[in-house]
Ligand binder design. Structure first.
Ligand code: ATP
Length: 355
């Protein structure tokens, strides 16, 4: 187990700058998830940590050791990829034992370690089978067992669950988290799936276009997004982000939202802002806290079973609310909505959070 640090990492592929200066500290024994849309540079970051790519600028450290130019075999890492990459001609036992045999670990020790990894992944019964005799989920367990059997300092996972069906993904993601807790290995995990990130991560690094937009615990990035990108990327439905006029007054600012007005007890600079509110923070009954009250028209309601998604119209402004209760009113009716002041996020027009 070791801390991993990236300092000013830049990576170019021809004219594309895939990474534009990545600074990231992954603590010893934590799960850091790299989350972001396709092409934002997650895999490139992981490959640089693995030593499969060299950065054009910047450094990579494992603990105090500068590993920037070290080849993968001289870093104590294991990787698990989206494709299971288990060898079809080897039985499960041999697949798991393979990296130990390369390291010339004595036979007795190999047996012990394979047994340990197989038990952890609950595949002891499968050791005598060939990969084609396994399900997708079982094959991925073999790949994970083979990755941990060498007891790496750093375990790197690149979308390891994306070939599995939805139910199995849900099961495997919590198993991976439990496994990491038991083994205590530092883990860096790439995904574009925000729910997977929220479940697995101790901390999430949200990436966009070769940059890190925010690093924080799942709660922090969800509740306190640093900018509109993070606010919009996490959450389903995503955060309502509405451009609005702002009028600074005496120690306060009045923000026009549709036909209503929100007064916040802070004087903001500038006359345009972006107001953010999560769908589940739009309330249909008043709270006991400081809040704004607005009138809206119900546009339509989606019933998702436990959740109802209510599309609301405030003049030209559209808002999406999420509730587990029966929403008041139906299509076309006018309703009152309430938003607690502490649930309002305010961003500058360039996306940076100001409140
Ligand atoms: P995905 O979720 O789709 O895998 P990602 O976030 O992992 O995306 P990367 O694979 O790191 O993104 O790619 C980042 C950028 O670098 C993309 O624009 C990609 O096209 C480019 N890129 C990555 N590898 C290469 C390469 N070997 N040659 C040229 N361009 C590359």
């Amino acid at each position: 187990m070791v801390e991993v640090r990236l300092e000013g990492v830049v990576k170019r592929f021809g004219r594309t700058t895939a990474l534009k200066g990545i600074d990231l500290e992954v603590r010893d024994g934590e799960v850091m998830v790299l989350l972001g849309p396709s092409g934002c540079g997650k895999t490139t970051t992981l490959r640089i940590i693995a030593g499969l790519e060299k950065p054009d600028e910047g450094k990579v450290y494992f603990g105090d050791k500068d590993v920037t130019l070290l080849p993968p075999r001289e870093r104590n890492i294991s990787m698990v990829f989206q494709s299971y990459a288990v060898w079809p001609h080897m039985k499960v036992y041999e697949n798991i034992a393979f990296p130990l045999k390369i390291k010339k670990v004595p036979e007795q020790e190999v047996k012990k370690r394979v047994k340990w990894a197989a038990e952890l992944l609950q595949i002891e019964e499968l050791l005598d089978r060939y990969p084609h005799q396994l399900s997708g989920g079982q094959r991925q367990r073999v790949a994970v067992a083979r990755a941990i059997v060498v007891e790496p300092e750093v375990l790197l996972m690149d979308e390891p669950l994306s070939n599995l069906d939805a139910l199995l993904r849900v099961k495997m993601r919590s198993e991976i988290k439990k496994l990491q807790r038991r083994v205590g290995v530092t883990m860096i995990y790439v995904t574009h799936d925000q729910t997977e990130a929220m479940v697995i991560a101790d901390r999430i690094a949200v990436m966009s276009e070769g940059k890190i937009m925010q690093v924080g615990s799942p709660e922090e990035v969800y509740e306190e997004p640093a900018n509109t990108f993070v606010a919009g990327f996490l959450g389903s439905p995503s955060m309502n982000l509405v451009e609005a006029d702002a009028k600074p007054g005496n120690g306060m600012t009045a923000i026009r939202l549709g036909s209503g007005e929100i007064r916040i007890p802070t004087r903001l600079q500038g006359d345009r802002v972006i107001v953010g509110v999560r769908p589940e923070k739009i309330l249909f009954v008043p709270s006991k806290e400081d809040q704004v009250e607005l009138e809206a028209e119900v546009d339509f309601i989606e019933n998702l079973g436990s959740d109802k998604i209510v599309h609301l119209r405030l003049g030209d402004t559209l808002l999406v609310a999420k509730t587990t209760e029966t929403p008041p009113g139906s299509q076309g009716s006018r309703v009152r909505i309430y938003i607690r002041l502490r649930d309002l996020k305010v961003f500058r027009p360039d996306g940076e959070r100001i409140l």
